[in-house]
Each structure stands twice: as C-alpha cells, then as structure tokens.
Design a protein around this ligand. Sequence first.
Ligand code: ZN
Length: 271
Amino acid sequence: MYNLIDTHAHLDGEEFSCDINDVLDRAQKVGVKTILIPNINGTTINNVLDTCKRHTGTLYPMIGLHPEDVKEKEENDRVLDSMEAILKSHTDHTCQFIAIGEIGLDFYWDDTYKKEQKEAFERQILWAETYHLPLMIHSRAAHKELVEIMEAHRHNHIKGVFHCFTGNSDEAKDLLSFEGFMLGIGGVATFKKSNLPEVLASTVPLSRIVLETDAPYLAPVPYRGKRNESAFIANIAQKIAEIYHCTLNEVATTTTENAIKMFGTAIQKTI
Ligand SMILES: [Zn+2]
C-alpha cells in the first residue's frame, strides 16, 4: 500500500456534499490518507473548518483569500481582518491550520484588481512569516509579478508550494530559486498535449515536487473532464513515475516526504 498526500483539494465544495465519505473511502483505498483543503474567501472558511473537523486526521484546513476573489480594497481589508482574527484565535488543536492558502495572483480572466491582488497577496505572505505557516500559492498569467513579490521576501524564511504548476523550464527555474518552495503537480501532467512532462524531466528534481488534485477541477487522464477527486492522485503519481523513470513506490515515498517537510509534523503519521 502506498502513502500519498493530496496537498490541494477543494473537498469542502458542494460538488462533494453528497458523497464525501465515499470520496474519502476511495482515496484511502489507493493510499491517500491525508488531504489538505485550501480556503477561497470569507464565506467558505467556516465550511472548510467544519469539513476538516468532521474528518480530523485526514483533512487539514488552510486559510487565505483566493486572488480571483479579491475585490475593492475596503472589502478585501474587511475579509482579511476577519480571517486574521480567526487565524489568531484558532486554538482547536484537533484542527490546526496547515498553511496560508490559497493566495496569489491571477490576471488570466480579469486584471481589474491587479493592484488589490498584489496588496492582498503581500499581506498574506506576512501572515506566513508571523504565524510560521507555509504558503499555498496560486498564480496564473502573473509569473513576472509573482517573482517580483517573492523576491522581496526571499530571505524571510518562508516556504510553500507553487500550486498547479504548468509553466515552462525558465519559469520552473525562477520558482525553484526560492529555497523552501516546491511545485504542486496535478492532472495537467497527464494531458496529451502538455509540455509539463518535458519540463519536469529536464528541470525539476523529484525532491521539489508535491502531488495535488485540485479537485473537483483538472481531473487527470483517463477521467479528464469529469469531477476530480483525491483517489486520482494515484493516476498522477503513475505519470510522474513514467516521467522520472522510477517506481510508483519511489514517487509515493519522495513526494510524501516532501509534503511532510513542507507541512510539518501534523501530517507525519501518514508515513
Ligand atoms: Zn485550488
């Protein structure tokens, strides 16, 4: 039996409200015993916490404001203030926050709030520094701005994951230059036309990768287009084994160790 960790899955979403127990059973059957749940905005945090509490020891919550949910400054400040209050006062040791996420920059569909996205991102990086938590970073069509902001924090002992990495080799090099950061690799690696296998094989050591589904989105082949779920990490891991010419066991062992290094002892029981 393998030990795999899904470092990014939105299992708090309504897509899973009817069958979360079955989803977790199927994950368990392929060796996924630990799943990290990112937060999206001010209205999702309670459900993220409730879902994780119902499955203590399997699901672990993050807290943060997703860049696509960043709006006017006043509104962001209000949401971020209330999140920080939750972060500060959260003393439930059975359900600790495992990371700040998902946060970052997304100018793909809309860059109306470019400045505000940068501001919110900066503020949440400071949380990671203050509360000693890793970052779960979402970045789309924003590589240059992402690197600029990260550069300003390069020596601040922060760590984290660049989630859903799908960039080219130069972008991978830029991101891997930040020590303590890893790339989150998911279903896109299995897509037929993806360049990701080449980029990974040529540029990214297995020691800098964590696995993720981003469920319910981006299901790997052969489930592409369907609802994604944590059990499909097995398909992603199989593809990674092909890319690195190693065994599934090596992929499971290394990526799980990587995740434990990143997210700490709270999830250590899984190996
Ligand atoms: Zn996500």
